[in-house]
Design a protein around this ligand. Structure first.
Ligand SMILES: Cc1ncc(COP(=O)(O)O)c(C=O)c1O
Length: 360
């Protein structure tokens, strides 16, 4: 079997697995405890916080641990807008965000009467920053745009959107679940105010992630999980020491960065093959990460292939690929039902030397 679903989740790095086993065995105390063992775990957790902050050009005091990108997105969007309702009730996002962002927006529309503008991408899956700017209003409190689309691999123009938000004093949230460690991120250069990341997309454990919040102490955020003052009072619950320490090992590892050339080679070989056999590439031709390739073939039953093939891949995103309904991302870039049903997403990373040999 060849695993081609790294955008859905990744296996653990051996070094992450080793740290997880060690930490589950040894770091069993509560990291909030005042005794030596608790303090020692807390120190290790703080060094992971530091490492994450460093990797995105932030301060350690601006990082909150969460259970993953979904929770980070919830805390960023609901937490910020509900605590700042007086500033306005309009949000700008895109129509190809991860399902979790769209669900949060639908919730805010329904329960709190927020107005949301959903910007459609261009045919190549890339959002025109001018469309975002045109949608901004006096009462816009937040813009939330993903860095890389999980179905297409398209890279969004985050710097231009960040600049426009900065000039208008609108908070800018970025879901970086698919881009973190694949594209360098500097939150200051890109004018990002909040950023969501997840460990299981970078060879870390499932169930742990982080949210960056610029000037966290001066920013009004309403907690989603109320608790005993952990994480600056923004996210209650005993910190998951082993998961955080495993996350830290994944953050510090260079496998993803080192493997970029190999992944790019796989992507271009596969693009050539798909076109040779009469297929069509759904991913963009420029501004994409090579780790994700979405394409379609004629007379191809993608869902049958996904369910039965030894190539372990997805039809759209993993979260929605069990649904019969068509991918809204593919619909948004102009595909019809048949084209979407014959489309497939391969996503690559480290353990792909087999695949490279296969195509050469
Ligand atoms: C763009 C994007 N956002 C959010 C998520 C959700 O991440 P998590 O599984 O860590 O909650 C995913 C995972 O599929 C994703 O690709």
């Amino acid at each position: 079997m060849i695993y081609l679903d790294f955008a859905a989740s990744t296996p653990l790095l051996p070094s992450v697995k080793k740290e997880l086993f060690r930490a589950f065995e040894e770091e069993y105390s509560n990291p909030s405890s005042a005794h030596k063992l608790g303090r020692s775990s807390a120190e290790k957790i703080e060094s992971v916080r530091d490492k994450i902050a460093d990797s995105i050009g932030a301060y350690k005091s601006e990082i909150i641990f969460t259970s993953g990108a979904s929770e980070s997105n919830n805390l960023a969007i609901k937490g910020y807008v509900l605590a700042n309702q007086k500033k306005g009730r309009h949000i700008v996002t895109s129509s190809i965000e991860h399902k979790c962002i769209l669900s949060i927006c639908h919730f805010l529309e329904k329960e709190y009467e927020y107005e949301i503008t959903y910007i459609s991408p261009q045919k190549n899956g890339i959002i025109d920053p001018q469309d975002i700017i045109s949608a901004m209003r006096e009462d816009t409190v937040l813009v939330s745009i993903m860095h890389v689309n999980n179905e297409l691999g398209s890279i969004q123009p985050i710097a231009a959107i960040g600049q426009a938000c900065f000039e208008r004093d609108i908070k800018f949230h970025v879901d970086a679940a698919q881009s973190y460690k694949k594209i360098p991120i500097d939150v200051d250069e890109l004018n990002i105010d909040m950023l969501s990341i997840s460990a299981h997309k970078i060879y870390g454990p499932k169930g742990i992630g982080a949210l960056y919040i610029r000037d966290l102490r001066e920013t009004r955020i309403q907690p989603i999980i109320h608790g005993a003052d952990q994480e600056y009072g923004l996210r209650g619950g005993t910190l998951a020491t082993p998961l955080i320490l495993g996350f830290g090992v994944a953050v510090g590892d260079q496998t993803i960065e080192d493997n970029l050339d190999g992944v790019s080679k796989i992507n271009s070989l596969l693009r050539t093959k798909v076109i040779e056999i009469g297929g069509v590439i759904n991913s963009p031709d420029t501004n994409y990460i090579p780790h994700i390739l979405n394409f379609r073939l004629s007379n191809f039953d993608a869902s049958h292939f996904v369910a039965n093939s030894d190539f372990l891949c997805s039809q759209g995103s993993a979260c929605s690929s069990m649904n019969i309904e068509m991918s809204y991302v593919l619909r948004e870039i102009g595909l019809n039902f048949e084209e979407a049903q014959s489309s497939i997403r391969f996503s690559f990373n480290k353990f792909d030397s087999n695949l490279l040999n296969f195509y050469q």
